[in-house]
Ligand binder design. Structure first.
Ligand code: NAD
Length: 433
């Protein structure tokens, strides 16, 4: 099949690579000229495990190409995927749909023959109706269906999740569009549940899923706070809870709060939708408030470890919103860093993948190190803010030798099993005394 993807970011690029790997002819479109220039020159613009080989292979065999021209990509396409951003409005926190609407207006004139326009971006309920209207206005004679095709990939696992998704959700009432999607997703037919639902249900499934996961994280974070006060151990609690198959083990890791480009914005957008439809989503509202507050509390937890904030040297390990990605959007680590800077702290930071993106935000307000040990040199405390595996592999004897004061605040519980106390560290993790 011929596929055009509008928006070549964390979703559009792995999706394009994956669809090309299945033998489709894929054109990835983006407005960002630098991105397209880099991709055309064979350079990946995001870090994702396993992406580079598939990218090079499919560019090499002519199945995948990149362009800034919507016309070029859309004209021949059987399916156009919209994968542009839907960031939160800075004031209302609703999903800002300007990029979706612009993409719909831009692609409309080039639709040629029956085309399925699928919204992969996370969009509020009813957006499909609006996209349909915009395309119709801009090209009254176009033959098309607009469907919802929400994306569930996890950053850091985008390639894995493309080839082995838990489910594929297709929102459409059109039999013709459903037939095209069945053909496109044929390689998954034997191994993956493919659910055909109404467009509005598909739009809701994405938000309902992300909000639920965010609630689960917030829940275990509150339990961690409780355990610290009550003398329980949240790891035992989580293990005990997770053995109940109705609960399950995943998303029961306490930490500094959820972040990233999806959970904060999607919980906010869902809460806005609830208010719009007059249905208070009180659990989601509470999780949003609690999660926001948590970052401040976590920064205080680190700062409490030093006598004089302005004189102390604090090493920060991790800036990405989670391991396996260079993405720092809504990163709890960066929010904690910002909070510490506001209090006058002096920070030396390190992240294995996100230094470039973090530098754009932190500029010269922090010092940058090229390894976790370099960041920790002469430090009064190490704060572990992202769960990179390499942080759990650090040599604690070596670490102690280079620090001014051997203190670790481990907001990701990376070193808990190594018992840093036994090496002479003053060690704090989350969820146990
Ligand atoms: P992103 O910011 O990484 O990429 C979006 C891209 O779209 C950018 O490169 C931008 O230049 C491009 N763009 C915007 N308007 C355009 C236009 N009119 N024509 C061509 N290109 C245009 O965003 P992302 O993280 O890939 O997210 C995209 C959508 O997918 C969002 O709605 C997000 O909520 C959703 N989503 C993201 C993830 C994730 O893990 N990042 C997972 C599931 C769903």
């Amino acid at each position: 099949m011929k596929i055009a993807i509008i928006g070549t970011g964390y979703v559009g690029l792995p999706t394009g690579v994956g669809l090309a790997e299945f033998g489709n002819d894929v054109v990835c479109i983006d407005k960002n000229e630098e991105k397209i220039k880099a991709l055309t020159a064979g350079q990946l613009t995001i870090f994702e495990d396993g992406l580079v080989d598939l990218f090079q292979k499919n560019v090499g065999r002519g199945k995948l190409r990149f362009t800034t021209s919507t016309a070029d990509g859309v004209k021949m396409a059987d399916v156009v995927l919209i994968a542009v951003g839907t960031p939160p409005d800075p004031v209302t926190k609703e999903a800002d749909l300007q990029y979706i609407y612009a993409a719909a207006a831009e692609l409309a004139p080039y639709l040629d023959g029956y085309t399925v326009v699928a919204t992969k971006s996370t969009v509020p309920v009813g957006t499909g109706d609006e996209v349909e209207k915009i395309i119709r206005q801009n090209n009254p004679r176009a033959e098309f269906d607009v469907i919802s095709l929400p994306e569930f990939l996890r950053e850091g696992f985008a390639v894995h999740d493309f080839f082995a998704p838990d489910r594929i959700i297709i929102g459409t009432d059109s039999d013709r569009a459903a037939a095209v999607m069945k053909e496109l997703y044929k390689p998954f037919a034997d191994k993956t549940p493919i659910l055909f639902v109404k467009r509005r249900s598909a739009e809701t499934i994405k938000y309902a899923s992300n909000a639920f996961l965010a609630l689960k994280i917030h829940y275990i974070n509150e339990m961690a706070d409780f355990c610290e006060k009550a003398g329980a151990d949240v790891f035992d609690v989580a293990r005990g809870m997770g053995l109940d198959q109705r609960i399950g083990h995943r998303f029961l890791n306490p930490g500094p709060g959820y972040g990233g480009s999806c959970f904060p914005k999607d919980t906010n957008a869902m809460a806005c939708m609830g208010r719009k439809y007059g249905v208070p989503l009180t659990l989601i509202e509470a999780a949003i408030r609690g999660n926001d507050l948590r970052k401040t509390k976590m920064a205080e937890r680190v700062l409490k470890q030093v006598k004089d904030i302005k004189q102390a040297k604090i090493a920060v390990w991790g800036l990405a919103f989670k391991d396996g990605t260079d993405d720092v959007r809504e990163s709890p680590a960066l929010q904690i860093v910002e909070q510490m800077l506001k209090n006058g702290a002096c920070l030396r930071v390190y992240d294995p993948q996100a230094m470039g993106n973090a530098r754009k935000i932190l500029d010269n307000r922090v010092e940058y190190a090229s390894s976790e040990l370099e960041a920790a040199k002469d430090a009064d405390v190490v704060a572990i803010l992202t769960e990179w595996k390499q942080f759990s592999e650090v040599n604690l004897t070596e670490l102690k030798a280079i620090m001014r004061h051997p203190k670790i605040v481990d907001l990701r519980n990376m070193l808990k099993d190594k018992n840093p106390e036994n090496y002479g560290f003053d060690y704090q993790c989350i969820g146990k005394l």
